[in-house]
Design a protein around this ligand. Structure first.
Ligand SMILES: Cc1cc2nc3c(=O)[nH]c(=O)nc-3n(C[C@H](O)[C@H](O)[C@H](O)COP(=O)(O)OP(=O)(O)OC[C@H]3O[C@@H](n4cnc5c(N)ncnc54)[C@H](O)[C@@H]3O)c2cc1C
Length: 500
């Protein structure tokens, strides 16, 4: 149920529609924009939501929502958006390493939603949370419909081209846009004003530089996508991650009754995808598809043969940057991104929207004209969001480094990680990935447990060959190198995501 509007809905609607004025202008009706617009509108704020293209998006992103994201979506009052879109329940992951499977279901939780075996092991029976996977476009359409139906939101199809600042201050007062006349194609300038402008224009943000300076996302690989029709995954209702010595990570998850998404990670400039090797198509056909489960390979080949080069998206890491909001805030992917290997982006976005709206609740910040109160709320938001976002981001980056291993120590860590899962140490790692364990110490504990298991397995392998225990000094040197590598992967990420 909506809270009581601060001003009568009729008045604020007229202000939005006639004068293009609202309490808050939100740029981008994507994952984050819809969520924050809806949350603020539910608190009685008047919201203008501006989106450049209102047709159903056809994208290869945001198709698997983790349980921690689904819980936040429900708390935002948007849980119904995963209904009626042919969404598929997701119960966890099946990690396939060199053709051997390790099933990692989402962990068992107690009545308060806490993971019972966060520090070690796995629950055999009990309540387990679920995620959902779906066609991104269908989900976004549902989010947008919820915003369109909200009495405190006016959605406008218009492309934002710049922020507007006061003549004598650098406070942002709103945005300038271009609205296209559907019949004539003519573009006309428009202006929209809000006490606060929230920009959520996605990974390729045009406003990032303005808001947080010259921060560039780190892109080491791209995901290339195929849509497989009527294929059978080895484990129904599980996301699949395929890793191996000769291939980079591939993700498989069902997004509809008949459709399964395949995402192939292809690092920049690898010889396996060079023009001589047949380019990206060559890599997918000759290297990645043969590593897939046999039941999936025919549909993957059919999908590859049916199209040209598969569609792609860059896999970016953009750590968050502290903002001094002068009437404007940059959020969503525009502000913070992580490798999509663990499907964490929407979980971060929905948790961010929930937290920020709680901190901006009218009982704390009666009006968005109060820039001091907004700055204080944003400061608390920046540090408090880290419980969810840092965990998800560090895990995604660290796991990707291990799963796309390209040196001896990383291979040892990759093997150790898989063995860790095989030994049943799954509830903690999967709870972190699901976004339902929000304690950074649990992440550090599991990461270094994997590192110690890796150096132990490596030592056993070294000493198992000719000259046996005489090679112990070699094993010891290797152990130091593996531990050093693990620290080099993990600690800079923790420092950047958690403490800055
Ligand atoms: C390959 C890949 C796969 C992914 N898979 C998953 C997954 O399975 N699960 C998951 O949780 N996350 C996934 N993610 C991440 C997830 O998609 C993002 O974190 C999420 O979409 C970010 O939401 P957002 O609102 O910031 O941006 P978006 O959802 O991209 O929304 C931005 C919106 O702004 C609009 N816009 C842009 N410019 C303007 C403008 N000038 N004026 C008006 N409107 C504008 C756009 O049209 C769009 O609607 C994936 C990412 C990648 C790259």
């Amino acid at each position: 149920m909506s809270a009581k509007p601060i001003s009568a809905p009729g008045d604020s609607r007229r202000r939005r529609e006639q004068y293009h004025e609202a309490d808050v202008v939100v740029v981008g009706a994507g994952v984050f924009g819809c969520a924050i617009a809806f949350a603020l509108a539910n608190q009685g704020r008047s919201v203008l939501l501006l989106e450049r293209r209102m047709t159903e998006p056809d994208r290869i992103v945001g198709e698997l929502l983790q349980p921690g994201g689904l819980a936040a979506l429900k708390q935002l009052g948007l849980g119904h958006c995963v209904e009626g879109i042919d969404a598929i329940p997701c119960k966890g992951y099946n990690v396939i390493f060199n053709h051997i499977s390790s099933l990692i279901p989402y962990p068992t939780i107690d009545d308060s939603g806490n993971v019972i075996y966060a520090w070690g092991g796995s629950g055999k029976e009990g309540k387990r949370p679920e995620g959902r996977s779906f066609h991104h476009g269908k989900f976004i359409t549902k989010l947008r419909e919820s915003c369109l139906a909200h009495e405190n939101i006016t959605v406008v199809e218009t492309k934002v081209i710049k922020t507007l600042r006061g003549e004598y201050t650098d406070q942002v007062l709103g945005v300038e846009t271009r609205t296209t006349n559907r019949e004539t194609g003519e573009k006309k300038p428009d202006y929209f004003f809000g006490q606060l402008t929230i920009i959520a224009d996605g990974y390729d943000s045009k406003f990032r530089k303005d808001a947080i300076g010259d921060k560039k996302a780190v892109v080491k690989s791209k995901f290339y996508a195929l849509e497989l029709i009527d294929t059978t995954l080895p484990q129904e209702n599980y996301g699949h991650v395929i890793i191996g010595k000769d291939t980079f990570p591939t993700l498989l998850y069902q997004i509809g009754t008949h459709e399964t998404r395949a995402l192939f990670d292809v690092p920049m400039n690898i010889p396996e995808a060079s023009p001589a090797a047949g380019g990206v198509r060559g890599y997918i056909k000759n290297v990645a598809i043969p590593a897939l489960p046999p039941s999936v390979q025919p549909a993957a080949l059919r999908a590859l043969e049916a199209g040209n080069i598969p569609r792609s998206m860059p896999n970016s890491w953009l750590p968050p940057t502290k903002q001094m909001p002068k009437g404007v805030l940059l959020l969503g992917d525009a502000f913070n991104m992580r490798h999509p290997l663990t499907g964490g982006g929407m979980t971060v976005a929905f948790n961010d929207a929930l937290l920020l709206s709680q901190l901006l609740d009218p009982s704390r910040v009666p009006t968005f004209e109060d820039s001091k109160a907004i700055s204080a709320a944003v400061n608390v938001f920046y540090w408090r969001r880290k419980n969810v976002s840092s965990n998800i981001n560090v895990l995604a980056q660290a796991l990707y480094t291990l799963f796309a291993a390209n040196d001896r120590q990383l291979y040892a860590l990759q093997l150790g990680c898989f063995e860790y899962f095989q030994r049943g140490m799954t509830d903690g790692p999967c709870g972190l990935l699901a976004g339902i364990i929000q304690r950074p110490a649990v992440l550090a504990y599991h990461f270094f447990s994997v590192a110690f298991l890796s150096l132990w397995l490596n030592a056993l392998a070294i000493c198992a060959g000719p000259f046996g225990i005489l090679k112990a000094p070699l094993a010891l040197i290797d152990a130091v190198l593996i531990l050093w590598k693990a620290s080099c992967v993990f600690l800079p990420l923790v420092w950047r995501e958690g403490f800055q």
